[in-house]
Design a protein. Structure first.
Length: 470
């Protein structure tokens, strides 16, 4: 693990927040922690009834609102999604084709695939759902990568399909959705992602993105950028799978499958750290990367993404979330989390395996950010691995896995879902709702058992940080 020096900063170490979980999930918490969090909530509610003024360790205005309020305070709604893998839900994948056709006598589709009988638009259908449900009112959206379902280089045809599915938007603009690159989106120079997904609007002719139409302006590069909504700072970091194995998937002008372990460059980590340390105390910091951090959520521990050192067939009850890459050897243990830190200024590039750069920083600076949103591990909202679910709290940070929109990329355990996060002016709570986009796991629509309420380090302020206003 990389060690981090103590730095002089305006953003001090904040008191870690405790997530307020629903009653069904609370049984998994240690009894003392459950008693503590309930006692704190009851105490704050009692004080509010008595009309007393409370100064908390976070902010003099940080109070817990009643979730059943009259809605008089303004709200900001963030739709968070990941992993559409658009071609995987339209065409049979090669390993599926081999199981159905071991003799290899079926002719492939012109794109190299055979259309599915149950083909679906993973991204397009989710967009339609989000705009047709009155309760699904969102202001902006984020998608944490893996638009492609390819295990080779993503194709122009798949890029065009992504743009086509984005065109299902009717009530929102394409620029209302902020995006990053996932491990399956890699290509030489990440040209495919930049051409078709295009977070900076550099290739409007192909992507249809006009950055001047962004509701909240972007600052940065395609690889790492930020934007603000009130006092929320979003730090968006793309995965870098565009290196040679074992760090990435590119080799001999092609690709050898979206190597699962996550990667960022040292420049991106330094950028992220500087942004976090220079931000005012009252800001809410949301980090978005395709991968989750190590041992934070379901499937993010060693060998949990691929829980064996040798390949084995996928079967019912076999929770293999990611593919095994023989050339990666021991590094397959990091298939489920952000694993590599890469110095791409060197030739050849140098990398640190299992670097835990972000983990080390957050351990030394608990509560430095409020939310880490990612995807990568496709599963259902009830799944747990070694006591970890899709939403957990560690180092005073709320970790939320929002994967996946795809139903067919990842086997039977990939249940199409996304999350809606609701921030309320003056409140330190954020409501996280779960929406199921098919009826395979449960009835399509809002899945109440998957809802959580999380605590932030500061209350949401739609006008921005007080220090910035003053």
């Amino acid at each position: 693990m990389i060690k981090h020096e103590e730095l002089t900063r305006s953003r001090g170490v904040r008191k870690p927040r405790i997530s307020i979980l629903d009653s069904k999930t609370a049984r998994y918490l240690p009894s003392l922690e459950l008693l503590f969090q309930r006692s704190c909530k009851w105490l704050l509610q009692a004080i509010a009834v008595l009309g007393l003024h409370v100064i908390t360790g976070v902010s003099s205005q940080a109070t817990i609102d009643d979730p059943a309020s009259d809605g008089s305070n303004s709200q900001f709604h963030l739709w968070a999604m990941s992993d559409p893998h658009v071609f995987s839900d339209l065409f049979l994948r090669m390993k599926e084709l081999k199981r159905l056709n071991p003799k290899g006598d079926l002719l492939p589709h012109e794109s190299g695939r055979i259309p599915r009988l149950d083909a679906r638009e993973s991204l397009g259908s989710a967009i339609v759902h989000s705009e047709s449900d009155e309760r699904f009112a969102w202001d902006i959206a984020i998608c944490a990568g893996d638009f492609s379902g390819s295990h080779g280089l993503p194709t122009e045809r798949e890029g065009s399909e992504v743009v086509k599915q984005f065109s299902r938007l009717r009530k929102h603009k394409r620029e209302d959705i902020y995006t990053i690159c996932g491990n399956h989106d890699a290509s030489p120079g990440n040209e495919w992602f930049r051409k078709w997904i295009d977070p900076l609007g550099e290739h409007s002719a192909s992507s249809g993105v006009d950055n001047a139409s962004r509701p909240y302006p972007i600052e940065g590069t395609w690889e790492r950028y930020s934007f603000r909504v009130g006092n929320i700072l979003f730090l968006m970091m793309s995965d870098r799978n565009d290196f040679a194995p074992p760090v990435g998937s590119l080799q001999d002008g092609g690709a050898t499958g979206g190597h699962p372990p996550g990667a960022v460059t040292m420049k991106t980590f330094a950028w992220w750290k500087q942004k976090v340390l220079s931000e005012p105390e009252e800001s809410i910091i949301v980090t978005v990367h395709h991968h989750m951090l190590k041992e934070t959520t379901v499937g993010s521990g060693e060998w949990e993404g691929y829980p064996d050192r040798d390949p084995f067939p996928m079967g019912v009850g076999n929770r293999r979330y990611h593919g095994y890459m023989p050339e990666d050897g021991k590094h397959n243990k990091g298939a489920g989390y952000l694993y590599w830190l890469v110095d791409d200024t060197k030739r050849p590039v140098e990398s640190i395996a299992d670097a835990q750069a972000f983990e080390g920083f957050l351990e030394n600076h608990p509560g430095a950010i409020d939310l880490w949103i990612g995807g990568h591990t496709h599963t259902d909202p009830e799944d747990r691995k070694n006591g970890r679910s899709q939403i957990e709290v560690k180092w005073g940070v709320n970790f939320v896995n929002v994967a996946a929109l795809s139903m067919h990329h990842g086997g039977d355990h990939s249940e199409p879902l996304s999350r809606l996060l609701s921030f309320t002016d003056g409140s330190s709570e954020v409501r996280v709702q779960c929406y199921l986009h098919t009826d395979r796991f449960a009835e399509r629509g809002w899945y109440d058992r998957g809802e959580r309420t999380l605590l932030l380090g500061s209350p949401f302020n739609s006008a921005g940080p007080r220090s910035a206003i003053e």
